[in-house]
Design a protein around this ligand. Structure first.
Ligand code: ATP
Length: 430
């Protein structure tokens, strides 16, 4: 983990938020390569959850929602974690379910009794700070899908079973943020509420568990032996859930939740129907049955996928008798898919190299590197940020109109005509 954290800072993936002022615990900024990786993950999720399907539509609801929503959903009373504070020297606060015994893991001092702490950030709308103006930053995007359920139903052609997907910021005032971006206070959720006929929930729950696992291994290229499914026992289920499976990854600190797949029953639609007095039922156009659909929800944050991908891809090996650090990221997600590197800074190479770069830029995430210096060093720099392919322009290019593709993982090189380059790279990337 330490090596990955150092790499992310050194190479501009992630920085602590507001670092020049000492940072803010649990908040991070994403730098140039971090943004590229994040966008790639976000786009792949949308592509596979929405664009490639005919039964899921998208939504963007607001980050701030009125307190009525959170009262109805149960978050005001139930979205709490047990908090214990050290009464000894360090006064640190801990999540009670993350410590064992009555002693502080930091300084050994006694811990006070657990009390419940609500994780939602509260603020006010308008100039007057009274209870009537209280609103909350959403701790999940899901409530937007339930509150807008009727709008989507009435304005699009969806028929149960169907899903509403959303990507966007969520905020949780975590008691103990940590393990880098595994647990942060501001993060980007990717959630999909899949509405199904009551009694078909088990079938869809199983479908989505498998489908999401497939996405991680086949689309993101995560090592299958570092993933597993963990079924929550009844006692640890959230207040809305009938059954929940976590897709877990084997992190350096142990197995941890990457994504949760939950059977939310009709809990959310039912409570919003009760509180808002708006009929949220669905009329089946074929059978004329009226019912509240049940909901299966796969939910994951970009930050969890981000750290999982980096940890999964990090490797060290020996190339040409020298140690190298390499991120073996799947070409689908690599922040730079193709680096174009002229062998030297001589003007006769720069022109053709820039031509090649421009011809590839529309199709791939391309970086152009003419910093000069040893070509091996430039390859290493690309290896470290996970670039799967380097295209090298050398003096022979001027006569044979061909370039070399160098592969990150095998370090193998192949010579190819510039005319064939985009097609060949397309093959390699997919
Ligand atoms: P925990 O009990 O670990 O606090 P949870 O079970 O309440 O978490 P969920 O509500 O299931 O978490 O969250 C859904 C998904 O959102 C998680 O699988 C994870 O990918 C992501 N997530 C939740 N909390 C955070 C956080 N603080 N930082 C980053 N990602 C988070």
């Amino acid at each position: 983990m330490e090596k990955v954290v150092a790499l992310t800072k050194r190479r501009g993936f992630i920085y602590p938020s507001s670092e020049i002022y000492g940072g803010l615990s649990g908040f991070y900024d994403f730098g140039p390569y971090g943004v590229a990786l994040k966008r790639a993950i976000r786009d792949l999720w949308w592509r596979h959850m929405v664009d490639l399907r005919d039964d899921v539509v998208g939504l963007e609801s607001t980050l701030i929602m009125p307190s009525e929503v959170w009262a109805a959903s149960g978050h005001l009373t139930n979205f709490v974690d047990p908090l214990r504070q050290c009464l000894g020297e360090c006064k640190k606060r801990w999540r009670a379910d993350h410590v064992t015994g009555d002693r502080c893991p930091e300084c050994g001092g006694p811990l006070d009794e657990a009390r419940m702490f609500n994780l939602m950030f509260k603020t006010h709308v308008g100039p007057i700070e009274d209870t009537a103006s209280e609103v909350y930053l959403r701790p999940e995007t899901a409530q937007g899908m339930f509150v807008d359920f009727k709008n989507v139903l009435n304005s699009s052609r969806v028929r149960v079973p169907f899903g509403i997907a959303q990507q966007g910021k969520a905020f949780r005032n975590e008691i103990t943020p940590g393990n880098f971006v595994f647990r942060v206070r501001e993060f980007e959720l990717m959630e999909m509420e899949f509405f199904v006929k009551p009694d078909s929930d088990d079938e869809w729950f199983n479908y989505w568990r498998k489908e999401r696992m497939r996405w991680y291994t086949e689309v993101l290229g995560i090592k299958p032996d570092r993933l597993r499914m963990y079924d929550h026992p009844k006692a640890s289920l959230s207040h809305y859930s009938k059954q929940t499976t976590d897709i877990e990854y084997e992190f350096p600190f142990g197995w941890g939740e990457l994504e949760g797949v939950a059977d939310r029953t009709d809990f959310d639609l039912r409570v919003h129907q009760e509180k808002s007095k708006v009929d949220l039922s669905y009329l089946d156009p074929e059978t004329n049955e009226r019912y509240l659909p049940w909901v299966i929800e796969p939910a994951v944050s970009l930050e969890r996928i981000f750290i999982t991908l980096l940890l999964d891809a990090y490797d060290e090996d020996i190339v040409n008798n020298e140690p190298r650090v390499v991120l073996r990221l799947h070409p689908n997600v690599a922040p730079v898919q193709v680096a174009v590197v002229p062998l030297s800074k001589k003007p006769e190479l720069i022109g053709p190299a820039q031509e090649v770069m421009k011809s590839l830029r529309g199709e791939f995430r391309v970086e152009y590197d003419q910093t000069g210096g040893n070509i091996g060093r430039r390859y290493r720099r690309q290896d470290e940020i996970g670039t799967p392919f380097c295209v090298t322009i050398d003096f022979e290019t001027l006569t044979d109109q061909a370039v070399t593709i160098r592969q990150r993982d095998s370090t193998e090189q192949e010579r190819i005509e510039i005319k064939q380059l985009a097609r060949r790279l397309g093959e390699l990337v997919s």
